[in-house]
Design a protein around this ligand. Sequence first.
Ligand SMILES: Cc1ncc(CN)c(N)n1
Length: 222
Amino acid sequence: MSYRFDDLTAACHDDWRAYIEHDFVRQLGSATLSEDAFRHYLKQDYLFLIHFARAYALAAYKSPSLSDLRHAFEGMRAIVDVELDLHVGFCRQWGISEEELAQLPEAKATLAYTRYVLDTGNRGDLLDLHVALAPCMVGYGEIANWLNAHPATRRGGDNPFDAWIAMYEGEAFQAAMRAEIDWLDARLADASPARFAELTRIFRDATRLEIDFWQMGLDLAD
Ligand SMILES: Cc1ncc(CN)c(N)n1
C-alpha cells in the first residue's frame, strides 16, 4: 500500500471536516462573525504564527538533505514573509498595534497547539513534524477554497473579512499548500501501515487543536 496526504484526511474525516467547516469559518464567510471574535482570533493567531515559524525552523534543523532544507525554508518564508506580514497589516486595520501584539498573553488553545507541534517535532523525525504542521499549511488553503465554493459566502466590500479569505486563496499561500502536499505525498509513499497509523494520530491531534483554536476565537477564550 502506498499512502498519500489524502489518506490522512480520509482517516480523520470527521475531525477534518469539523475543522474546515467550523462555525467560525462559516460565520467569517457569511460576514456574520462578531468583530470581537475576529479581533481575538487575529491577536492569538499572531502568537501562533511566530511559534509556527519556529517549528519550520526546527524542520530546517532536522532536514538531512538540501531539498528538505529548501522545503522547510520555503514554509518558514510563507509564514514570515506572506502571512505574518499581511497579518500585522490586518491587525493594524482592526485597531491592534504592534506594541499590543508584543504584550499579548497567550490563550490556552494557542499554547496547547503550538507546543504540541514543537514537542512532536522535537521528539519525532522530520515526517512527524511535517504531519503535525500539515493541518495548518494545508487546512487554511482548503478552507479558503471551501468558502469560495459555498453559496453563503459573501465576497468583496460586503464582507469585512474578505481580505482574510483573499490571503489564503492567493497564489503565494496556495503554492505553499501544494508544496507541503507534494512533500508529504513523496514521504508517505514509503510508510508502512504501522507508521501510517502513528502519523494519523499526530495529524488527528493537530486537527483537533485547530478546531479548539477556532472555538477559542468564537468564545473569546483566554
Ligand atoms: C491557527 C492557525 N492555523 C493555520 C494557519 C495558517 N497558516 C493559521 N494562520 N492559524
